[in-house]
Design a protein around this ligand. Structure first.
Ligand SMILES: Cc1ncc(COP(=O)(O)O)c(C=O)c1O
Length: 390
């Protein structure tokens, strides 16, 4: 069978000679060769976007790229003008879903500098996702370099910290080989794009315990950050909305009993006895960076971090009795989202409803949220050494 090796091409050619290669800080440390755009967004236009950013609506001027080819390995590391991909209609990612991604943010600091939050955790998760999908794992240092250097180059796209604005960074990898046939592709494309994002003041959410869907099963891809997991979640999200709920609480695939996570966030329960309980990482749950960070901060909020299995019946009983006082969901986008209620199928087609506390966001969730944001924006001491200056 004839196989196209180079299936991905760029529809816009790179700046022929106007590009500046090997500049400054980043180039001194990296294999990502810089070619600057010769068509940057005009200053006034960028300033307008960055002043009032809309989540995922606009992108910075550049992107990072690298290609992996069987027998060659990773090569062609570059940072160049943001531009469209041309993928052959037979590209494997379009048919068999070999696609993984990450999400992290760059935060403007009080001195005007920029910091990333634990990017090495995203790098490690990206490698793990790649291995699970039989894709080529990118060197974790190269992942961090790509992110750091893109942010460095597009630093004017990082908004001011007012109103919790930041630059959202989206690294991803796709199987770009032209391939009709189910096997691991022989060519992958890694790319990083960045989008200034606005304040995210999360609304309190009620969760729907869907009887019809599961997000992940043992041995499946639940611990990987792959596009297929999100596509499979959308019908359940529609079902949640039909029951007046903002998101789904995912239960395990085998017994449909054990809490895993919610929507696109990890979930935590604050108990009256001072525990911060979150489902243990069993291989079906995404190992969230925010989850890990909050568990580390828990003692500073008088909480004992506890990772264990927790059943949905225990949750409903403890919410009803008051043994669980607060529930929070956590992730990079919203940081902390207060969960104020649950709904589940009841008798005769009606729903059972459970209210957490008095149905409003609790003080501990709010304090943890503020604490984490203060670290990310450089307003609180970074005792854990989580920030990486760009
Ligand atoms: C399914 C899922 N769980 C949890 C998280 C939280 O992960 P993180 O804190 O690393 O953003 C996310 C967000 O990426 C997610 O998509």
């Amino acid at each position: 069978m004839r196989r196209s090796v180079h299936t991905l091409r760029l529809t816009v050619s790179r700046a022929p000679d106007g590009g500046m290669v090997g500049e400054g800080y980043a180039a001194a440390m990296t294999k990502f060769v810089r070619t600057l755009t010769n068509d940057p967004t005009p200053d006034h236009e960028r300033a307008t976007i960055v002043e009032k950013p809309v989540f995922g609506a606009n992108f910075s001027d550049h992107m990072a790229l690298a290609t992996w080819t069987a027998g060659v390995g990773w090569h062609a590391h570059s940072i160049c003008a943001l531009q469209a991909f041309e993928l052959h209609p037979g590209a494997a990612a379009l048919h068999y879903g070999q696609e993984i991604f990450e999400g992290l943010k760059a935060y403007r600091q009080p001195d005007g500098g920029i910091a990333l939050f634990r990017p090495e955790k995203n790098a490690a998760r990206f490698s793990a996702s790649a291995r699970r999908l039989a894709m080529a794992p990118l060197d974790e240092d190269d992942f961090v370099s790509a992110v750091t250097e893109l942010v460095d180059l597009d630093r004017d796209w990082v908004p001011s910290p007012e109103g919790e604005q930041s630059l959202y960074i989206r690294p991803f990898e796709v199987a770009s080989e032209t391939l009709i046939g189910v096997r691991a592709a022989q060519e992958y494309t890694f790319c990083v794009i960045a989008s200034p994002v606005g304040p995210y003041y999360p609304e309190p959410v009620t969760l729907w315990a869907t009887p019809n869907y599961t997000r992940a099963a043992e041995g499946g891809t639940g611990a990987a950050k792959c596009g297929g997991n999100y596509a499979a979640s959308l019908a359940a999200a529609d079902e949640a909305a039909a029951h007046g709920c903002g998101q789904v609480i995912w239960l395990d695939g085998a017994e449909h009993r054990w809490v895993e996570e919610c929507g696109t966030m990890n979930i935590m329960f604050v108990t009256a006895s001072g525990d911060l309980v979150t489902p243990a990482l069993t291989g079906t749950i995404l190992d969230g960076v925010t989850r890990d960070s909050i568990l580390a901060l828990a003692p500073e909020h008088g909480l004992r971090p506890v990772e264990r299995r927790i059943g949905i019946d225990e949750v409903f009983d403890c919410v009803t009795s008051g043994a669980i006082t607060e529930v929070l969901a956590c992730g990079t986008a919203a940081v902390v989202t207060p969960i104020v209620g649950f709904a589940a199928p009841g008798a005769n087609g009606s729903d059972r409803r459970f209210t957490v506390g008095d149905g409003t966001p609790g003080p501990i969730s709010q304090a943890i949220r503020t604490h984490l944001l203060d670290i990310q924006y450089g307003r609180a001491e970074d005792r854990h050494g989580w920030l990486r200056r760009v």
